[in-house]
Design a protein around this ligand. Structure first.
Ligand SMILES: C[S@@+](CC[C@H](N)C(=O)[O-])C[C@H]1O[C@@H](n2cnc3c(N)ncnc32)[C@H](O)[C@@H]1O
Length: 222
């Protein structure tokens, strides 16, 4: 898998600058019913599991997913977003580490993981890299692991408009931060069938849940 250093650095920089107010996106009134439903669903999925969270950001989902988990390693590439996450009241099983999601070089003392979670990360992985990235993730997990991805659905009037599509099919948004800086952010909105097609042969019993503003994909690893 070759993700350009410029792509990795651009995404890290964008979210580092946005970290202090990233969670405004979770205050959008129209998204509240979906958020409450997903937050209520997550703890049961990971109860008793040792979970690797990829690109945890400011940790919006971490307290919910980790509530009944046995161990939870929340990882992100940005020290700025991790710093916000670490200010939260979290279950005692939660640890943090600075980890590049593409390499997934985990701390030596990390537990063997039997689950993984990534919120709003899939949409940022360039399409030509997705299958290879999933293989890297699967390689860090035990057989039988439970995997959950959740991400944004595109909803007119709530989502930032798509500004262009590249030759590989990736879509992009132009976003302006509070400091006035402008960023072109790769953000894909897969359909159910497109997402399932990426999962590869180790994905068992995939389930796709369509909320209004979010989709959730969960499956078990062979
Ligand atoms: C859309 S945010 C998602 C945050 C959180 N999971 C959520 O759902 O609210 C994307 C996150 O990916 C992180 N990120 C960007 N590039 C990364 C990389 N190469 N490895 C790990 N995390 C990365 C950013 O710092 C940011 O926190």
């Amino acid at each position: 898998m070759s993700v350009g250093a410029d792509v990795v650095e651009g995404m890290r920089d964008y979210y580092a600058r946005r970290a202090a107010y990233y969670e405004r996106v979770y205050h959008k009134p129209e998204r509240q019913p979906d958020l409450r439903a997903i937050e209520a669903w997550l703890p049961g999925v990971f109860a008793g599991r040792r979970v690797l969270e990829v690109a945890c950001g400011t940790g919006w989902w971490t307290p919910h997913g980790a509530r009944d988990a046995t161990a939870w390693l929340a990882t992100d590439l940005s020290p700025e977003t991790l710093a916000v996450a670490q200010t939260k009241v979290l279950p005692s099983c939660v640890r943090f580490a600075t980890v590049d999601a593409y390499a997934l070089d985990l701390p030596l003392d990390a537990p063997p993981f039997d689950a993984a979670f990534a919120g709003c990360w899939w949409s940022h992985v360039p399409l030509p890299c997705l299958t290879a990235w999933l293989e890297v993730l699967h390689g860090r997990l035990a057989p039988g692991a439970r995997i959950v991805f959740l991400d944004n659905s595109f909803v007119q009037a709530s989502s930032t408009p798509i500004s262009r599509r590249d030759a590989a099919g990736n879509t992009y948004q132009r976003r302006t931060l509070d400091d006035g800086s402008e960023h072109e952010v790769l953000k894909n909105f897969p359909s159910r069938d497109e997402a399932l097609a990426q999962l590869g042969p180790r994905a068992r019993q995939p389930q796709w849940i369509d909320h209004r503003h979010y989709w959730v994909l969960s499956y078990e690893l062979a």
